[in-house]
Design a protein around this ligand. Sequence first.
Ligand code: AMP
Length: 409
Amino acid sequence: MADTYLVVNCGSSSVKLALYDDQASTLIATALAENLGFDKARLRIAFPRESTEDLAVDAGHQQAIETCISRFRESGWLEGDPAGIGHRVVHGGERFRASVLIEPTVVRAIEECAALAPLHNPANLTGIHQLSRIFPRTPQVAVFDTAFHQSLPEHAFLYALPYRLYQDEGVRRYGFHGTSHRYILQQLAADLDKPESETSLISAHLGNGCSICAIRDGQSVDTSMGLTPLEGLVMGTRSGDIDPGLFDFLAAKGIEARETHRMLNRESGLLGISGHTNDMRELTRLDEQGDQGASRAIEVFCFRLARYIGAMLASVNCPDALVFTGGIGENSAIVRARTLSHLQGLGFDLDAQANNTHGRDSAGEIQLSGSRMIKVIRTNEELVIARDTHHLTVNETSSVSPATRAHGR
Ligand code: AMP
């Protein structure tokens, strides 16, 4: 078999692997290990044929990755070493404006950024160290969620806080989901047959985490997530925007900041408002049965999103399209319709029939004639990571000596 490219997304208790062909364009296999470090750790091969297996009770990332690589080899999908390994890394701070080959200085910089993403960056580093042990000769690439948003102008990334907090502590808006927003830009530009540098859009990534991005002439110029992925839109369990006065208000009632922070991240959003679930499919079913909590949650979600679409027009006055993506954005006609019902007069006129028929597997335009373009596009963050890895390993490894590449710490 020809060269392959491996994409790795390490979370605190999970790891997702995707294997691509020698051009980093065709998916060969995907696998997901969950519950690592807990009872019932499981590995699921999701593509090209489904299978699941239990991992040892104490299985961690190392065992999960090794088992997965063995299954890829046994099935003949992976022969020898991959030509390149691309890692999703959540926070690159102000240091990384683009994907990079991983060298020891890059590993140190990712460690330094961990203060900004304490749950995510350490897990991403675990993946980098594990894979460099298994494949010591394979170049590895870091693809940052924050990098695409490094083009934000100062007026969009600064909080109205004492300026020294930005200078001394790096407190600013960084934005996340950059890999998804970048993929949407690439797809829209290709669909419109325009260069990315001349393509402008509003990209709404609505999954368990949600963010929206204004992209002007191929560059991110505003986005809803901030210092952390908590700011902005209503999400599955995250509150999005909140009055910071809440912390003091609850402290006076004996609820400490740490507890409030946990509540904002894990017990809020769709789950918190509905009192039932963070799953939009389930909420839609409950709403149809007249459940008030579900209906309230969907309404708050859609109104907040509509406000943000309006706000993004301040940064990109004439978007080529408004694009919905992510599990909810691709699949929920109801969310798209309710959101746009708040924006009448802004030129986003939905075609109800097209909205109901377009979804994840039939992406396309859903506007009436004469309207601004509204599209559903299925996102593919793994493909962006595979492409960046291919690009950097093919074009740049020749200029980097193996000795300076990172193989662990
Ligand atoms: P993601 O994080 O992109 O996988 O998206 C997860 C979210 O997408 C969850 O809230 C799911 O309920 C939602 N979702 C997936 N499929 C559908 C669907 N057919 N209709 C509505 N929401 C969906």
